[in-house]
Each structure stands twice: as C-alpha cells, then as structure tokens.
Design a protein around this ligand. Structure first.
Ligand code: SAH
Length: 242
C-alpha cells in the first residue's frame, strides 16, 4: 500500500494502520470477486491503490474548500453508480462519521458491496439497488442529501439529472472527471439550471503516480428541482438536456 500512503500524504491525508488494514481488505476482496465477475477493469495492486483508492480520496479536496461543510458526523452523502464502491467507500474509510448511501443499478455489484461493508464492519452505510432516476423521485431520497457524488457514470448533462434531484437546497454535487471536464461543463449549463443547480467550480487534481490531470466538478443546489425531474429511467441518457 506504499503508493497509496505516499499519494494520500500529498493530498494531506495521513493514513493510519487501521485505514491500511481496511484498504488492504478492500483490495483483496475486490481482486477475489473480480475473478468471478466483472467488477472493474483495473484490478492490479498499483491500479487499485492509485486509480481507485487515491482517486476516490481526492474528493476530500472538495470537502476542504472553505465554503464546504467538513465531512464530520452525520453529513449525508450519496454515491450514484458506485460500482465496486468508488468513490464512496474509500471516503467512508477515512471519514467514519459520514452517513453514506451507495446506489448501484447492477445486482451483482450490490452483492459485492453488501459483502464488503460486512467485512469492513462499517456502520452508517446503506447499499441501495436501483437507479438514480427512481431514487430521485422517491421521497425517502429526493432532496435528502448534503452531497451527491459520482465517478465514471455518465456525461455531465445526464449526471446533473441523476445527482441534483437527490441533493437538498444548499447541498452540493460533485462529479469526478478527466481531461474532458472543461468541454463537458460547457455543455451542462442548461441541465444544471433546470435541475436547480449552479456551477460552483472546477478543481484540478494532480495525483501521485498519475500523468493525467483529473477534475472535480462542483455544482451547488440553489433551488428545488421541478417535480418532473428526474425523468423516467433511461430518459436522461436517451435524451440528455443540452
Ligand atoms: N463509480 C464507479 C463505477 C463506474 S461504472 C467507479 O468509478 O469505479 C458506472 C456504474 O454506474 C455501473 O456500475 C452502472 O451499473 C452504474 N449506473 C449507471 N447508470 C446508473 C443509474 N442511472 N443509476 C444507478 N446506477 C447507475
């Protein structure tokens, strides 16, 4: 876990022995399950440390922005399309006070997440099997979160319709993006505005062991989302608001 330790230190995260035990267990479970099902294309030791764990932890740079509420006790965060748990679970390992909801549409990935949360003995994690379009219309989830995050799920206009309905007014949504972030953001103004969002900022992120620059795209929820959004499952991706 040396790569992770060094990379985390560079973004001011000091990993304890307890964190490392948890990340090591996470890595082994991921590699083990990945031999039986397609959880992730990145399954080598270094890839997991840098591209999964460290990249997930880079979201902490957004939490530390002066205007953001720090991720202390009872902050409600939903990770939409979490896959094998990214970025939500690494964040939970570092910030145990988070009230974390992991949302994933694929049943076999949900089974992995449930098993992993059990093994990691995490409290305050809810694993939901479903789609963002459904949860966004469910009163138990709609506008219930302080933060909604996503990595590698969809392009920005689609993501705006997935994430913003889940966030309370005054909350924030965060999309982890690659080199294309600037172009994507330009095409997302209309979708953000319709959902009650407002682009807040783009935070460039340089990670140890990664050549490319990554971006955190942050949008504030400034007004309630109109009832008709999100549209029914499949529609945001089929007819993105651009
Ligand atoms: N966030 C993870 C996984 C990315 S792959 C990572 O960065 O590694 C995208 C995942 O999003 C897939 O597991 C897919 O099942 C899920 N997904 C795609 N659209 C979704 C939706 N509308 N609602 C919930 N999950 C969705």
């Amino acid at each position: 876990m040396q790569k992770l330790v060094v990379g985390a230190r560079k973004i001011d995260v000091e990993l304890t022995a307890g964190h490392l035990t948890a990340f090591d267990l996470y890595r082994r479970e991921l590699q083990d399950w990945n031999t039986r099902m397609n959880l992730t294309a990145i399954a080598d030791d270094e890839g997991i440390q840098i591209r999964h764990f460290l990249d997930s932890l880079s979201c902490l740079l957004a939490f530390r922005l002066p205007e953001a509420r720090p991720p202390t006790a009872d902050l409600r965060l939903i990770d939409v399309g979490t896959g094998a748990g990214f970025p939500g679970l690494p964040l939970k390992i570092i910030c145990p006070g988070l009230q974390l909801t992991l949302l994933e549409a694929t049943a076999k990935k949900v089974r992995f997440l449930e098993h992993l949360c059990d093994q990691l003995e995490l409290e305050g994690v809810r694993v939901c099997h479903g789609r963002a379009e459904e949860l966004g219309q469910d009163p138990a989830h709609r506008e219930q979160y302080d933060w909604a995050v996503a990595r590698a799920v969809a392009e920005m206009p689609i993501l705006a319709e997935y994430l913003l309905p889940l966030v309370r007014v005054g909350g924030v949504c965060l999309a982890q993006k690659g080199e294309n972030a600037l172009a994507e953001v330009r095409s997302t103004e209309r979708a953000l505005a319709l959902m009650g969002g407002q682009l807040a900022r783009l935070v460039p992120v340089e990670l140890h062991g990664l050549a490319e620059t990554r971006y955190l795209v942050l949008a504030d929820k400034v007004a309630p989302t109109p009832d008709k959004y999100p549209r029914r499952p499949g529609m945001p991706a089929k007819r993105p608001i651009i």
